[in-house]
Design a protein around this ligand. Sequence first.
Ligand SMILES: NC(=O)c1ccc[n+]([C@@H]2O[C@H](COP(=O)([O-])OP(=O)(O)OC[C@H]3O[C@@H](n4cnc5c(N)ncnc54)[C@H](O)[C@@H]3O)[C@@H](O)[C@H]2O)c1
Length: 440
Amino acid sequence: MKLADEFLKSIDKRTSLIGIVGLGYVGLPLVREFCAAGFKVMGFDVDPKKVSMLKAGRTYIRHLPAKHFTKLIKQRLFTPTTDMKKLGKPDAVLICVPTPLDKMREPDVSYVVNTTVEIAKSLRKGQLIALESTTYPGTTREVMLPILEAGGLKVERDFFVAYSPEREDPGNPDFTTKDIPKVVGGLGPHSLKIATRLYDAVVCEAVPVSSCEAAEACKIVENVYRCVNIALVNELKMLFDRMGIDVWEVIKGANTKPFGFQAFYPGPGLGGHCIPIDPFYLSWKAREFGMPTRFIELAGEINTHMPEYVVQRVADALNTRGKPLKGSKILVLGLAYKRDVDDVRESPSVMLLEMLQERGGKVDYHDPYVPSGKPMREHNITHLRSVPLTPASLKKFDCVLISTDHTCVDYDMVCRHAKLVVDTRNAAGAKRRGKNVVKA
Ligand SMILES: NC(=O)c1ccc[n+]([C@@H]2O[C@H](COP(=O)([O-])OP(=O)(O)OC[C@H]3O[C@@H](n4cnc5c(N)ncnc54)[C@H](O)[C@@H]3O)[C@@H](O)[C@H]2O)c1
């Protein structure tokens, strides 16, 4: 097929122009990799602040330094824009927009729909449209395709459609976008071949599968797997606490088995844009097939209970020191949802902060990467400011609750100077454990 052959040649020659829609935690690293592989990239985002920050040489994601993108912009390899009318220019348009849950905890694919509507307005022959956002199996074919074909062009004959899930792990120094194989599904053989060739040019390996649905399911399975296993160790943590056994020691011991065991670690609850959300995309879709997803529901129940459990542990720990939670000064240490990132989306720390306040605690937080509260969909924390973490400031608190284990924090210092430490991440470690340290 001539259109497909031309596309393949343009990939090999690096003359195809790439469009990346959604310049966030997933989209920006992808810009970097496509430019590194020799492609020119147009970046699209509806947020004018992000686009102007990029143009002004500033970053909004801590682990993605601005200078790299400034250089790409200067070399005219990367053009960020808010102008969706230009979506007809790129040969391949890759979509990396949010896929959250709505207030009823059902999939909110409105960002995917809005983006597809914008793309459809200027869709032209020969374009490849690839969705990267995490979503339920069927989204590409059932939600996107009708919008794209509404103008009269036909997939596989006039344009191409693929799904390739993003597996980015922000802040992980061992695996960057380039080092992570990419599963690819297409809405037909031409779409699959083009998308596979394109991703093969950029990441270590493109892994073709038989359909977009299979590729969509791969990503959801990866996240369900994590969600269920984290719930398991969270439940075991609560049991072992009662039995006087340290779950961290147990996991460390079990992990010496060279096969058949993969370590997952407990925490104060799930956070981030993926694990607390994506499994429920599948639960929702499963209802259409009359099938409950009991593992997912149970894991959700256990994981969402964790902040409550942690608050109770804080209350108990204060109680044994003759202090009620009400009126106690508590420092939540770490606001980001995981170590060494500045992302607070769905962070359990925010839940903990609010729950402790509701019970009368006087709560502050410290996070080296989140100097002030960021706007969040369901929480109002923009008035909060990170307080300093010094021996003197620590002494002012009745309890320090470690909810995120950023590696740059001096936990020895924290344990030496805090009156009481409740540690949900094993950050204080077995060696440093003093009488004032409680694991939770
Ligand atoms: N963050 C991760 O670690 C991660 C990892 C793997 C997969 N994912 C998935 O990737 C997708 C994107 O996640 P993210 O973390 O990059 O989100 P993000 O919020 O960091 O970035 C999304 C960007 O899309 C922009 N946007 C929203 N609607 C738009 C529209 N209609 N047109 C253009 N731009 C629009 C937003 O302004 C934002 O800059 C989600 O589906 C997520 O589940 C995320």
